[in-house]
Design a protein around this ligand. Structure first.
Ligand SMILES: NC(=O)c1ccc[n+]([C@@H]2O[C@H](COP(=O)([O-])OP(=O)(O)OC[C@H]3O[C@@H](n4cnc5c(N)ncnc54)[C@H](O)[C@@H]3O)[C@@H](O)[C@H]2O)c1
Length: 337
């Protein structure tokens, strides 16, 4: 059995660099063996101060190196499929940042490749499942503490979006997290998605309709809605209110010091996802490493990646036609039951 993970991190951008620091400073049982980025200078900067790590410009070189026995994929989503297939062929533990791949067809190819391998090797980076408040709400639902869960109301608000953030990306890059959260909370598949485009903010770039209201239904009829509002200016917020038969649970409000001064009261607004989910990323990656050392995975599966890709496809279609669009899923393979 592997004693320590020697991880190749592919992609040293915003998320990759964050995971490299995490692996190097806070995670037990794993070390950064290699950092790969087409921008070699970025890979070199990312390994600074990490003993025994090499910077490379080619993922194949890292995967074929005898010094690497696990891979963390943090390149843009459209590049995941190729690296995933190569890493599956190596039969090594894989942490793949969300999305697994950008569409259901390519995600299904990954599910099929893993099935052929015969064991789960891929954990998908849906980190919200590792957030303490998400876990607490998940437990209330699973233990039926407040009776049956009836509805979920989600708010997903960003201060602004990077250049090139398209209308489809509101679904594929943002609401994808709620698709996973709703599947995680309910333990059910999502059956349909509808998107309503109402009054839009003047602060959205051309071609982007913001905010949008996404209406979702699960197998047992739990209704969920998401306000996705990516140019909300005030700060970052990912919050959920869950309605049960016997109570209401809210998670995700701003936390921290409550200050009264100069005739005003208040606290600081969370600026971004790194601050909101920093601790969850740590728990996520530690869970991946601990499980990988037992030849298991410690979080969302390739099936979860495939199912959320199918929800995104339905969501993008619904954005365009305004209709309630059914989510189409292949039968779930026994490997994921
Ligand atoms: N879980 C989350 O909350 C979360 C948050 C942000 C991003 N992400 C995901 O993380 C991934 C990376 O996003 P990001 O924001 O860090 O992007 P980014 O653009 O900041 O970084 C991507 C990096 O990949 C490198 N790259 C491009 N092609 C490459 C190749 N062929 N081989 C090696 N490196 C290559 C780029 O040079 C860049 O450094 C995406 O899948 C994104 O959806 C997840």
């Amino acid at each position: 059995m592997t004693k320590i993970l020697r991880v190749a991190v592919i992609g040293a951008g915003r998320m990759g660099a964050d995971h490299i620091q995490r692996l190097n400073t806070r995670i037990h049982g794993a070390e950064v063996a290699a950092v790969v980025d087409v921008d070699l200078a970025r890979a070199q900067a990312a390994i600074e101060g990490i003993p025994g790590a090499v910077a490379l410009a080619d993922a194949d070189e890292a995967l074929n190196s005898g010094d690497v026995n696990a891979v963390l994929i943090a390149t843009p989503g459209f590049l995941h499929e190729d690296i995933l297939l190569k890493a599956i062929a190596k039969d090594i533990p894989i942490l793949c940042e969300k999305p697994l791949t950008p569409d259901a067809e390519s995600a299904w190819k990954i599910v099929e490749a893993e099935q052929k391998l015969g064991r789960k090797r891929i954990q998908v980076g849906f980190m919200r499942r590792f957030d303490a408040e998400y876990a607490a709400l998940g437990k209330i639902i699973r233990d039926s503490e407040l009776g049956e869960l009836l509805m979920l109301h989600h708010q997903h608000r960003n201060p602004t979006t990077p250049a090139g953030f398209t209308n489809e990306m509101l679904i594929n890059d943002s609401v994808v997290h709620e698709f996973d959260a709703i599947r995680y909370f309910t333990g059910e598949e999502i059956t349909s998605v509808q998107v309503r485009l109402g009054k839009a903010t003047r602060n959205a770039p051309a071609g982007q309709h913001d905010p949008q209201h996404v209406l979702i239904e699960t197998e047992s009829g739990v209704l969920a809605d998401v306000e996705i509002y990516v140019n909300a200016k005030f700060g970052y917020e990912v919050a959920t209110q869950a309605s049960f038969e016997d109570g209401i649970v809210s998670i995700g409000g701003d936390k921290g010091a409550y200050t009264r001064s100069n005739g005003r009261w208040g606290g600081a607004v969370t600026p971004g996802f790194e601050e909101r989910f920093g601790a969850a990323y740590d728990v996520e990656i530690q869970s991946w490493v601990d499980a990988a050392l037992r030849d298991e995975i410690g979080g969302p599966t390739a099936w979860d990646g495939y199912a959320t890709a199918a929800c995104c496809e339905a969501g993008v279609e619904a954005q365009k036609n305004g209709e309630k669009v059914a989510v189409k899923l292949n039968a779930k393979p026994a490997l994921y039951s």
